[in-house]
Design a protein around this ligand. Structure first.
Ligand code: UDX
Length: 432
């Protein structure tokens, strides 16, 4: 099939490349000429394991093309995926849909034969209705249909999540589009993905409700971890015990720092704004946001306690600063609030991240970046394992840290408390 992905951010690029790899002809469009030039040279703008190889392979065999020309790409394609960003609005926490509506206007000028127009970006309920209105101002409804097909890709696992999704959700009541899209996704369905055809509005809401539910699950286990710390119980035993109940499930029950990233913080706020419009109080999600906002403060308090409230001039090392492992994404990472707070108290921060130096910290005095793990930890009084990269899983702390009284705060519970006890390392985890 001939596909056009508009927007070569995370969603558009990963989905476009994977669709090409499944044998489709895909044009990835972006208005950013520089980005497109780089993609044509095989330079990938984001860190995502496996993506570069897949881009090179499919670009070489000409199933994947890159372009800045939206109207030409739309007219050459049968299915158009809108994958542009829907950032949070500054004034009311809702999703900013300017880019979506601009793209819809541009598409409407380039339709001369039937097109399926799909929102893959996360968009609030009724956005599909608006897109339909915009396009129908210029084109007959016989020439197009607007479908919602939300993505559920996790950064760092995006390619695997695309190929082996739990479900493919298609929001349309149009039988022809449903048939075509079921066919497009048939290689994934035959590998076990469930296919759900529902209304467009339901598909839009499924995405927000799913992300809000996962954020709730994480926040719930984080609060239970706070209780575990007071009563000498290991949170992992609780997660395993709860997860064995099939109604609960074991995934997304790992306690840790505040959740972050490009989706959970944004989508939990946006669903509340949508509900407010309809005068519905989503009180559970509101408490989740509040609890998560509070989580970094709570961890900071714990750090001050670990240092006996003597933070001034303490050398603190962060291993990993992104919002989670296997990504270079800093969006809403808890390190963004924790590091400045520690500096304010007089700490000296040194960090290492497998994805390199971060511009977010370059203006901060007393924050330095180390090129490797051992240099980063060498002179530390306190080491904080902030993300769960494999690189951090077998560090010889005893050998490489000069200050023998160093403290290790493992906020991802990578190491075993017993092993650390044996090694006589002052070790602290989460919910233990
Ligand atoms: C999320 C959704 O999982 C994905 O389906 C959606 O399309 C985009 O948003 P992503 O933001 O890439 O994906 O990361 P995810 O792996 O879901 O983690 C989100 C946050 O939750 C991270 O901060 C992570 O550290 C945290 N998390 C996740 C936990 O603290 N514990 C867990 O058990 C799982």
């Amino acid at each position: 099939m001939k596909l056009c992905m508009i927007g070569t951010g995370y969603v558009g690029l990963v989905s476009g490349v994977c669709f090409a790899d499944l044998g489709n002809e895909v044009i990835c469009v972006d208005k950013d000429l520089n980005k497109i030039k780089k993609l044509k040279k095989g330079i990938i703008p984001i860190y995502e394991p496996g993506l570069e190889e897949l881009v090179l392979k499919n670009y070489k065999n000409k199933r994947l093309k890159f372009s800045t020309n939206l109207s030409d790409s739309v007219s050459k394609s049968d299915i158009i995926f809108i994958c542009v960003g829907t950032p949070i609005k500054k004034n009311n926490n809702g999703a900013d849909l300017n880019q979506i509506y601009n793209v819809a206007k541009q598409i409407s000028g380039s339709i001369s034969k039937f097109k399926i127009i799909i929102t893959k970006s996360t968009v609030p309920v009724t956005t599909g209705d608006e897109i339909e209105k915009i396009i129908s101002k210029k084109k007959s409804k016989k020439l197009f249909t607007v479908v919602s097909n939300p993505e559920f890709l996790r950064e760092g696992e995006a390619i695997r999540d695309f190929i082996y999704p739990d479900r493919v959700v298609i929001g349309t009541k149009d039988k022809k589009s449903n048939r075509i899209l079921k066919n497009l996704y048939s290689p994934l369905i035959s590998k076990g993905a469930k296919y759900l055809n529902t209304s467009r509005r339901a598909a839009e809401l499924i995405k927000y409700a799913s992300n809000s539910f996962l954020a709730t699950k994480i926040t719930f286990i984080n609060e239970i971890a706070n209780l575990c710390e007071k009563i000498n119980i290991n949170i992992e035993d609780i997660s395993i015990g709860m997860g064995l109940d099939k109604r609960i499930g074991s995934r997304f029950l790992r306690a840790g720092p505040a959740y972050g990233g490009s989706c959970f913080p944004k989508d939990t706020k946006a669903i509340i704004t949508t509900a407010d419009k309809f005068k519905i109080n989503l009180s559970v999600i509101k408490s989740v946001i509040k609890s998560n906002d509070n989580r970094s403060l709570l961890l900071l308090k714990r750090i001050y306690e670990l240092l006996n409230n003597k933070v001034k001039n303490k050398k603190i090392c962060f291993l990993g600063v992104t919002f989670k492992a296997n990504t270079d994404d800093m969006r809403d990472s808890s390190s963004l609030s924790m590091i400045p707070a520690l500096i304010k108290k007089g700490a000296k921060i040194n960090y290492y991240d497998p994805t390199g130096h971060k511009k977010e910290f370059s203006m901060l005095k007393d924050v330095t970046f180390s090129e490797d793990i051992n240099t980063a930890i060498k002179f530390s009084d306190l080491i904080i394992i902030h993300t769960e990269w494999n690189d951090f899983k077998s560090i010889n702390f005893k050998k490489n840290v000069k200050n023998k009284k160093f403290i290790l705060f493992d906020v991802r519970n990578i190491y075993s408390s017993d092993k650390m006890k044996e090694l006589k390392i002052k070790y602290f985890g989460i919910g233990r």
